[in-house]
Design a protein around this ligand. Structure first.
Ligand code: NAD
Length: 418
């Protein structure tokens, strides 16, 4: 099943619990607008082109909102699925935004900083008629960051002749970015996880494996380490490390080491118990991380990593989805049948867009909030969203993903009926 069809199947499952008219459901299954552009850039002085995408799924709840991904495997189906999930996520967490997503089919590691800047500015110039603070607001995602958002904001302002900081979120702090945005996705996930373990009566320390050590993975690992979880396994695109003693890594030290070495597999002794981890030599094939005997598995890299092929081998009691779409619908069924609790992406990782909303709001109102205020408001939103999803999960006796979709569908349908 392709990724977009898989995403729609989650909507179909939830819609059975609501008395929705067919026309409402149909409207929620197709994007309002898909944009595909050819973006020019220079590589080693030679003129090149690459495909760029933006999908505006719908703006029922507010301006379209969603990240920009730079990755060699980006395509229209993936961007459509990601835009659809943004629509669902924003409805769950209760921010006044619709759903969108974009991307460029490129591996940014192949480009110099100047080449990357030119590509990003050209993309912004071509997207300018279709984005804006009240129209569509991009943000960072895989392989994009505050520097890229700053270039896009600057180019958009040049093209339109107006300084409009709120055209993108996830900007640098000196360029209208919000305190707390960089850590927001990880911190938001942490607030949800803390509520969940309270509900389940679980006691710390709990062992955790985190797949992906980028913005989301490294931040949630750092926060979990700080608050008494034992993060025993970590991976990035190049490899994985595992501390089989169960004590876990000092994530601050691992982060520093990774920054120095550029990859995780060289950091297995850092802040860990090397002698015990030696059994595995501390370094394991990266996909084995998914099948380790841990309490909580956190996929925080890319989609479709838990599939029908490996779902039977997952040993974690909880799969906590920080990446978008890490579990295929087939795998989801297998995990549910095996009694593994899957906490869905559209709830777990909605902290990022929540603080993006705070950034947009601050820009629009010319305000500057403190980190304490941002984090307090983030906690409020995440705890509320979790409690609402949990209530539906209990009341309707459905899995957490279906419960989250029921909540989103209700909110979208109510607005569509107005
Ligand atoms: P990122 O580019 O900062 O990091 C991605 C990480 O995944 C990198 O460490 C990379 O090495 C690793 N990776 C790639 N392939 C891997 C593999 N096969 N095995 C193990 N690791 C692998 O991206 P990010 O912003 O952290 O996003 C990660 C996920 O979280 C994505 O699904 C994204 O859509 C989602 N997400 C991000 C945000 C955000 O605010 N950045 C918000 C919500 C959801």
């Amino acid at each position: 099943m392709n990724i977009f069809k898989g995403a729609l199947s989650q909507l179909n499952t939830a819609s059975k619990y609501l008395n929705l008219k067919d026309d409402i459901l149909e409207k929620l299954k197709s994007p309002d607008r898909t944009i595909e552009i050819t973006v020019p850039y220079k590589k080693d002085g030679k003129l090149m082109t690459v495909r760029g995408y933006r999908v505006q799924f719908n703006n029922i709840l507010g301006p379209y909102k969603g990240g920009l991904r730079y990755h060699q495997e980006v395509d229209m189906d993936e961007v459509k699925a990601l835009a659809f999930w943004m629509m669902i996520k924003n409805a769950i967490v209760g921010v006044p935004f619709g759903g969108s997503k974009g991307g460029i089919e490129i591996d940014p590691r192949d480009l110099s900083e100047e080449e990357l800047e030119e590509l990003s500015r050209n993309f912004a110039k071509m997207l300018a008629p279709n984005i804006g603070p009240y129209m569509d607001v991009p943000a960072p995602d895989v392989n994009t960051n505050s520097k890229i958002m700053d270039w896009i904001e600057d180019e958009y302002s040049k093209v339109t002749g107006k300084r409009q900081k709120a055209v993108v979120t996830g900007k640098s702090l000196t360029n209208g970015g919000s305190e707390g945005r960089k850590e927001a996705t990880g911190l938001g996930g942490f607030f949800v996880l803390e509520q969940l373990i309270k509900k389940l009566g679980l006691k710390k320390p709990l062992t955790v494996a985190v797949q992906g050590f980028g913005n989301v993975g490294s931040n949630i690992a750092k926060i979990l380490f700080k608050y008494g979880y034992n993060v025993v396994a970590l991976s990035d695109a190049k490899g994985a490390i595992y501390d089989s003693s169960g004590k876990g890594f000092n994530i601050e030290l691992v982060k520093k080491c990774r920054e120095e070495k550029g990859y995780l597999a060289g950091c297995y002794c850092i802040g860990s118990v090397c002698d015990i981890a030696r059994k595995y030599d501390g370094v394991i094939p990266k996909d084995e991380l998914l099948e380790l005997p841990v309490d909580i598995l956190i996929p925080a890299a890319l989609e479709n990593v838990i599939t029908a092929k490996n779902a039977g081998a997952i040993k974690a009691k909880i799969v906590f989805e920080m990446a978008n779409g890490p579990t295929t619908p087939d795998a989801d069924k297998i995990l549910n049948k095996r009694g593994i609790l899957v906490v869905p992406d559209v709830l777990c990782n909605s902290g990022g867009v929540t603080v993006s909303y705070f950034e947009w709001y601050q820009n629009m109102k010319h305000e500057k909030w403190s980190l304490e205020k941002v984090n307090e408001k983030l906690k409020e939103k995440m705890v509320k969203a979790f409690e609402e999803v949990w209530e539906i999960h209990k009341e309707k006796k459905v899995d957490l993903r279906t419960a989250a979709y029921i909540l989103a569908l209700k909110r979208l349908a109510e607005k569509m009926r107005l």
